[in-house]
Design a protein around this ligand. Structure first.
Ligand code: AMP
Ligand code: MG
Length: 330
């Protein structure tokens, strides 16, 4: 059977000037699960409906990233953000001082927040930002959804600061490219971990830390310089890891194991099973990965047996995450 991707005619998106009609169309595409590239004040973003796991999986497919990393979720402002994440008073103050603008706040995910687990790579935290660019704000309004958006470039390529750059990299992989000329900062957003009492700089960016420190009236901790604070989950490098053991490339299920299946040829078992994609679709499998891992982990099985996943397309990123989850932990 041919790959579904090969049988589709390839259409190339061209940069589209921002008009009411273009925004209306972009909003519809996003709500339908398609990808739309759009300008922000930092760089061009590759946007998808953050509440739609399949749409988020398509971001990773389009970028060709060999691993899943948590994405920044874009919202109109603090009110929308406060429905998705838990904001301390300090996090609120930061949002009020710098939003809309190039500041990303990492906060705990609010219970029941409808953001796809893949958007936060299975972490219990969310990275949220309200972009200042009027086109980004207009698109958020047109979509009516929070938008997960990494930089709009293929993995390993230069970050796109014009719609032409986006088109060169991604024209055959996105439904639409909104064009508002070159972005202002060209620098990515400053990322702060605001989950705890201390505010930690995770990534320097367009807002200088001096401005943040002046506004807070206190010093930021630097990631890596965590002497004042024990390393906590939600740090840049920590990843969701199940407490069950993982057995990869499993072709049979042993007694007491749960099964993370893929495809339609699943081995017999009476234990818990979750099938990432019965039809063998890697986008669907990526979309389900974190939620199903968690589900099997919560079943109480000591080991999760994982069927082989093909090492192509999104399979590479899925296997990367499974290997990390299977690696011995201290
Ligand atoms: P990009 O979208 O390419 O600008 O990258 C987003 C950055 O935000 C990456 O460096 C991520 O590691 C970081 N990030 C996103 N979500 C989280 C999170 N929940 N906790 C820590 N860092 C995050
Ligand atoms: Mg990038």
């Amino acid at each position: 059977m041919p790959d579904s991707g090969q049988s589709k005619p390839v259409t190339r998106a061209v940069p589209t000037p921002i008009t009411d009609a273009a925004l209306l169309q972009a909003g519809e595409l996003l709500r339908g699960g398609d990808l739309v590239a759009f300008p922000t004040e930092t760089v061009y973003g590759l946007g998808a409906d953050a509440t739609n796991a399949n749409a988020v999986a398509r971001i990773f497919e389009a970028k060709g990233r060999p691993h899943f990393n948590p994405l920044i979720v874009h919202v109109p402002g603090l009110e929308a953000a406060a429905h998705l994440g838990i904001f301390s008073q300090r996090a609120r103050d930061l949002a009020q001082a710098f939003w809309p603008g190039p500041l990303t706040l990492v906060v705990e995910r609010a219970p029941g927040a409808p953001i796809a687990e893949l958007a936060s790579a299975g972490l219990s935290t969310l990275a949220l930002r309200a972009p200042a660019h009027p086109a980004a704000q207009a698109l958020l309004k047109a979509a009516g959804r929070p938008l997960a958006a990494p930089s709009a470039n293929r993995s390993g390529r230069i970050t796109a600061t014009t719609a032409q750059h986006v088109a060169e990299d991604l024209a055959d992989r996105v439904a639409m490219i909104l064009d508002a000329g070159p972005t202002v900062h060209g620098l990515e957003s400053t990322i702060l971990d605001a989950t705890g009492d201390d505010i930690v700089l995770l990534r320097p960016g367009a807002i200088p830390m001096e401005a943040i420190e002046a506004s807070l009236g206190l010093r930021l901790l630097r990631a890596g310089d965590m002497s004042a604070r024990p390393a906590s989950p939600g740090q840049l490098e920590s990843h969701y890891a199940p407490s069950a053991k993982m057995r990869l490339n499993a072709r049979e299920v042993r007694p007491g194991e749960a099964l993370l299946a893929f495809g339609d040829r699943t081995p017999q078992t009476t234990g818990p099973v979750a099938n990432l994609s019965p039809s063998g679709d890697l986008v669907e499998a990526a979309a389900n990965l974190f939620a199903y891992l968690r589900r099997l982990d919560q079943s109480g099985a000591a080991t999760i047996a994982v069927m082989p996943i093909p090492e192509k397309g999104l399979g590479e990123a899925i296997n990367d995450r499974l290997r990390r989850a299977a690696a011995p932990r201290p």
